[in-house]
Write a protein of this length. Sequence first.
Length: 172
Amino acid sequence: MSADQIDDPWASVTVTAAPTYEQQLDAAGYGDTARQRYIDESGHDPEYAECTWDEMIVPAAEASGEIPAQPTEPVSPAVRAEWVARGQAMRAYWEQNPVEQQGGYDPLSNTNPPGAEAQFHTIVDQTTTQIMQDVGVELTESIEQMGTHGDNAVDELYGQYQAVPDDEPEIR
C-alpha cells in the first residue's frame, strides 16, 4: 500500500444482491424463454405442454439439483390451524354424506346432484368456522409448540367432531 492510499474500514462496500429465483432459472436454462420455447416446439397441445413443463420438467430439475427449489413463504400457525380444521370438516362431511350414496358431493365427478357442490361448501365452511371457534386457539398453540400438526390434531383437542348442518336436527 502506498503512502497516499489509506486503508479505510469505513469506505463504502459494494454488496451484490443474491440472484432472484427467476434469474437462477434463466441462468440454468429453465426460465420463461426456455419454457415458451418448449411449449412452442413440443408438438403437443399448448396446455398439455405447459403442464408437462410445470409439473414434470421443472420438479425433475429441482430434484436433481440443476435448479434450486422454488422459495415458499412461511405459513403462520393460525393459517395452518385453519387448514387442519377445514380438512377435518371435509372428512366429517364425507363420513356423513358418502359419495356412493345419493347426495354426496364428488369434486372429481361431472354427475353430482344439483346443489351438491353448494351444499358441500356451505357445510364445510360452517363446520370449519365452528371448529375454529371451539378449538382454534388451542389448535394454533399446539401447532406453534409442535412446529407441525398431525392428521388427528382436531380430534385430539376436540374429540370426534361431526358436521351437522344448521337445518338438520341433532340426534340425541
